[in-house]
Design a protein around this ligand. Sequence first.
Ligand code: R5P
Length: 300
Amino acid sequence: MTFLIYALPGNHEQARALASQLEADIGELEVRHFPDGEAYVRVLTNPAGRKVILFATLWHPDTSFLPIAFAADQLREMGVKDVGLVSPYLAYMRQDKRFKEGEAVTSATFAQLLSSAVDWLVTVDPHLHRRRSLAEIYSVPAAALHAGPIIGEWLASRMESVLLVGPDSESEQWVKAVADVAKAPYIILEKIRRGDLDVEVSVPHADKWPDHTPVLVDDIISTGRTMVETVKHLQATALRPPICIGVHAVFSGDAYQALLAAGVTEIVTCNSVSHPSNSIDLSRLIASGVEGLLRNKEGQ
Ligand code: R5P
């Protein structure tokens, strides 16, 4: 049975890249909004006899979720037993704890909603910090793939003498994976976040690597504050001008411009969220993740 991939709006380029890795076809899906803002979804390609994937990154999840749920239900109406979701960026992973009384733990609620809408999920580097795996909150089979090795290969093929820098303890999982492949040293800093735009990062001690280029690596670049604060410290060292690598180019508001204005020479991201900084293609990783998840699922 061959794959049929339906791309939600804004996901066509990445869906085509995945289709070429999986030797899949692209299905036609119409998604638009009525004048009152409600979503309209129509499946135009018959999914009969195909393994079906919805491709929708969950950047701006509040508006992406309902079209995914509507499309999945309609595909089931048309006879599809298993509707898979490839969502290279999985949203709502950072509120994994009630930090203040009364706060909604949105990662858990969102996981329940998505698990009720689709039959399996493949994503890349979800923000697993206090939770060890997606299975703690997702009730459908869910694969969390890791972009670190691909980022490491990208770095090793382009740069020498780099010092990887992780801005906080959570980032060590990504930074170490990149460092292992790029065969580069790394340091991990400490971060205190007091508010959305109020971030303090510890001063790096990098005297051991005077001729190195610092490469900041993080999973998500959202407001850019974490990277900007780290870059400010790095500029006070003897290191070369830094470059920044993020897995997910979320870039809220003017974050991208703020990072460039801070003196970063290059900003590089993976294509889990479409952005001009995308340089690292995840389709090969995702294709093998989809095949692996389905092999495990079918073997059960
Ligand atoms: C948080 O723990 C994440 O790993 C990132 O460091 C964070 O999401 C970056 O956010 P921002 O760009 O808003 O500082």
